[in-house]
Design a protein around this ligand. Structure first.
Ligand SMILES: C[S@@+](CC[C@H](N)C(=O)[O-])C[C@H]1O[C@@H](n2cnc3c(N)ncnc32)[C@H](O)[C@@H]1O
Length: 282
């Protein structure tokens, strides 16, 4: 993006207006500007982990509104001084679940959580897990600098324990919510995680419990536009989930497979996908 276009981004203007210093990647301004537009001039509670010199707290206040409740969290006790500017400051370690339970007991529900703290897997994962129950419907958990999931030094990644691996599990949970999927198990992510956005270095978890249950019926406009089919009517009987029917289904499926020409076709398909994945992997 050219600097001329940057100058038109509200958040970038607020960044330049901030009375304390802050460092942000150039791409973040457009992403945050779009993501947070709907919350401008609304009564929201915004929490940022990672205060450093405080510059971003001034930027958020300028961007949202003077009345926005802005809360900062950092391990550095020096950050407490920023309370004199009207921010609420909490000192603690984001990888500590006890810190979070005390925090939410005092603060109550929040609307947006932005994690710009230590960027380690355990920090990003504990923060997301501990905060999810306390974010209002329509709110967001935004995790910054997720490129740390690909950096060996300091972060010990890539790894199956990385934050991106964790967010991929949330993507699995969201998709497994669909009633067509076998052996559905509800968890907090299926209940509250409406969607996930992946950007370069930023992951956004959009929270909305109300929107999470809208797939319980399947609409059919062929015969009668006003009729909604109950999902039970469209699930294949073979996919019912009692243990005996599952075992039966498993055996029949595999016997069928052995004598099925499709098996060869499926194997070729898997090899093809494996090669595509291998080319994407670094
Ligand atoms: C990149 S700086 C934050 C910059 C600030 N958000 C800005 O845009 O100007 C990271 C901050 O996270 C804090 N931090 C690091 N590990 C933390 C942890 N485990 N819990 C809370 N804060 C942490 C550091 O003390 C540091 O102030």
């Amino acid at each position: 993006m050219t600097m001329d276009r940057m100058k038109n981004i509200d958040l970038y203007k607020s960044f330049l207006n901030s009375e304390k210093s802050s460092i942000k990647w150039k791409s973040y301004f457009e992403i945050y500007n779009d993501l947070f537009q709907e919350y401008k001039n609304k009564k929201i509670t915004f929490v940022e982990i990672g205060i450093d010199r405080g510059g971003s707290l001034f930027m958020w206040k300028d961007f949202f509104s003077k009345d926005t409740r802005i809360i900062g969290i950092d391990t550095n006790p020096e950050a407490k001084k920023l309370e004199e500017y009207g921010f609420e400051i909490f000192i603690g370690d984001q990888s500590d679940e006890n810190f979070w339970s005390n925090f939410y007991e005092k603060v109550g529900k929040i609307d947006i959580l932005l994690d710009d703290g230590g960027h380690k897997n355990i920090e990003q994962i504990v923060t997301t897990m501990s905060s999810l129950p306390h974010v209002n419907n329509g709110g967001k958990i935004v995790v910054e600098d997720t490129h740390a999931s690909y950096i060996k030094k300091h972060y010990r990644n890539p790894s199956m324990f990385s934050s991106i691996s964790f967010f991929n599990l949330i993507v699995d949970s969201i998709n497994r919510r669909c009633p067509m999927v076998n052996n559905r198990k509800a968890n907090i992510y299926t209940k509250k995680g409406y969607s996930v956005n992946f950007y370069e270095s930023i992951v956004v978890l959009n929270i909305d419990e109300k929107k999470c249950s809208t797939n319980e019926v399947l609409f059919n406009n062929e015969h009668n536009k006003s009729v909604a089919l109950n999902i039970e009517q469209v699930i294949n009987k073979e996919e019912k989930t009692t243990i005996s029917s599952q075992i039966e289904f498993f055996i029949i499926k595999h016997i069928k497979k052995i004598f099925n020409k499709k098996l060869l076709h499926n194997t070729f398909e898997k090899i093809k996908i494996f090669n595509i994945f291998r080319n994407i992997k670094h």
